[in-house]
Design a protein around this ligand. Structure first.
Ligand SMILES: [Zn+2]
Length: 577
């Protein structure tokens, strides 16, 4: 978009939309307000009363509403203002506690991983388990698992478990402790695969078999006060990078207890939409009963702060660990340690089991969403949505596709037609494209996060990070800096990768901003309250240090937030005041 000409044009057209009634409590003026309304109008000022926006227009128009002694005037000094940013996918309560015991360094190479393990071996008593999790092999320079021998050398006197998603690589002591040797036979009737070398010896790689490890870890003592403190620190960090609303895509009774506690004390500084988990194994009656119970949960009620919007389950494995369920075989792979040329990944729940779950959630008028990474899993879930739609129209239910990294042309069109709303993680394009292209080839990545196609087809998609570990917008797993996320959707550039990944799927700057604001408000059923700076909406907004619409594109990803406001109360200021 070209300012300032357009800015002037928009200002001339901007309607003065000031509500009747008493004067505003605050007027924010002399800024460059990216309203993110339907027309993406730029404006100069807005007025606020009772935490809500009561007018948007020129500085002169808004200042004219002010009354001395009643209205506080805030000069924005020409800075750009955006609606508060929304992350459609985080796991805050668990992420906040990752480093409760000790700090976990960034790991870019196998050497980093081994150095961390060797360091832990120096402080942990011999014989105690050393575990690390969610260091994704796709993000290691070598793009492979550490070997059993490497883990043995790093910690010869400790059982070691290198977890990544549902898979785990272990050392010799861990195998011995767990009774796994060349004669091992899987007897529990569940999914899983033990990798063996040419001589029939376990390589240490246990695919979907972490449950076999006989871990005896010291239980870490944490109190509610600890959990609240760390979660509060995390939410402060969310505010610091401009997030005012998130979706917890794996909410459960424990995390809800923390949010309710914060809300009760007036300490909740981030709005949280909840996609509640439910058990997907067990008797069909018990599964449906647990869905019925969620539908009757008090947090189903309308709320601007904390609300259960629906349910979440995990339909397939991961693309970073070699278990996403694909339409075509993965292919034999040294990266992922795949030997079987016909292997397509793992589907956790069959379509026959899935159908009654989706139908029951739809019957209650809730949003169903599932972790679906591979195009096979995405297609399976879309088929189920189509079947349920024949009985219960689902368009208003905004059924979800969580991640849906690998899609097809057909899926794009069905998503738009059925009003399904994908929640997509650009940071994976950035961190994992290099290895994924190595695995699948460039052409098979054609519908990897096909954002431009989705929007062009009339669909709505929103952006999220899948933040699951550590506090820190760039050091966390996965990094939750939304400006980096925007930059990725615009450039389709990736780490350690030359060029762009299918630039034909790149978004415009406007679309990238909408992706983290008004689109996400729709995904979370908060579009009447949030996602834009318009009369009637809650006054959540951020002031940033540069012009996102006109700055050099690579400057966009290092945007800094100067202030974050929730219902016109400042919750973050870079100056510390
Ligand atoms: Zn997640």
């Amino acid at each position: 978009m070209k300012s300032p000409l357009l800015l002037v044009a928009c200002l001339a057209l901007a309607p003065l939309s000031a509500a009747e009634g008493p004067p505003p409590e605050a007027v924010f003026h002399s800024g460059k307000i990216v309203t993110v309304n339907r027309d993406f109008t730029l404006s100069e000022a807005f007025a606020v009363r009772g935490g809500r926006i009561v007018g948007v227009g020129t500085t002169a128009q808004m200042r004219a509403l002010a009354r001395p002694g009643v209205t506080e005037l805030h000069d924005l000094g020409g800075r750009m203002v955006l609606p508060g940013l929304i992350d459609s996918h985080v796991h805050p309560s668990a992420a906040a506690m990752t480093e409760f015991e000790h700090r976990i360094p960034d790991m870019d190479t196998i050497a980093d991983v081994l150095a961390y393990i060797a360091g832990r071996a120096k402080v942990e008593p011999p014989g105690d388990w050393i575990s690390l999790s969610q260091v994704f092999i796709t993000r290691l320079k070598e793009a492979r698992f550490p070997t059993r021998a490497e883990l043995d050398a790093a910690a010869p006197h400790h059982p070691v478990a290198f977890h990544t998603g549902p898979d785990v690589m272990v050392n010799s002591l861990a195998l011995a402790r767990s009774g796994i040797d060349r004669n091992f036979v899987l007897k529990d009737g569940r999914e899983g695969y033990l990798e063996k070398d040419a001589n029939g010896e376990p390589t240490g790689l246990l695919r979907s078999l972490a449950r076999l490890l006989k871990k005896t870890s010291r239980s870490v003592k944490t109190t509610d006060a600890d959990r609240l403190k760390w979660l509060g620190d995390l939410f402060q960090d969310y505010n610091k990078i401009g997030l005012t609303t998130v979706a917890d895509r794996g909410a459960n009774a424990q995390s809800i207890k923390l949010y309710e506690n914060m809300l009760g004390r007036g300490d909740l500084k981030v709005r949280v939409a909840l996609s509640h988990t439910f058990p997907t194994s067990g008797s069909p009656e018990a599964i449906l009963k647990s869905i019925d119970e969620l539908a009757a949960h008090p947090l189903r009620a309308e709320s601007g702060w904390l609300r259960i919007i629906g349910t979440k389950m995990w339909l397939d494995g991961g693309m970073l660990t070699g278990s996403a369920y694909m339409l075509k075989p993965w292919g034999v792979s040294t990266i992922y340690g795949i030997q079987d040329p016909l292997y397509r990944g793992v589907l956790n729940v069959s379509p026959e089991q899935l159908l009654p779950m989706v139908r029951r959630v739809a019957k209650h008028g809730m949003q169903f969403t599932a972790h679906v990474q591979g195009d096979g899993a995405v297609t399976t879930l879309m088929d189920i949505y189509e079947r349920v739609n024949a009985e219960i129209p689902i368009k208003n239910l905004r059924m979800g596709l969580t991640h849906s990294s690998f899609m097809t042309r057909e899926t794009v069109e069905r998503v738009a037609r059925l009003g399904v709303v994908p929640d997509i993680q650009p940071i994976w394009l950035y961190l994992d494209a290099r290895t994924l292209v190595q695995q699948f080839g460039y052409d098979r990545m054609r519908y990897f996060q096909p954002l431009r196609s989705l929007l062009a087809a009339g669909g709505i998609a929103g952006g999220g990070s899948d933040h699951m570990q550590k506090i820190g917008d760039l050091r966390s797993i996965n990094p939750y800096n939304p400006f980096l996320g925007m930059w990725i959707t615009i450039t389709r550039g990736a780490k350690w990768y030359e060029g762009q990944l299918h630039p034909e799927e790149a978004l415009t700057r406007r679309q990238a901003i909408e992706f983290y604001t008004r689109n996400n408000a729709t995904l979370l059923f908060w579009e009447k309250e949030l996602g834009s700076i318009e009369t009637g909406k809650r006054a959540d907004f951020i002031v940033i240090d540069r012009d996102l619409l006109n700055c050099p594109i690579d400057d966009l990803k290092t945007t800094r937030v100067l202030q974050t406001w929730l219902e016109a109360k400042r919750v973050y200021s870079s100056s510390g005041q």
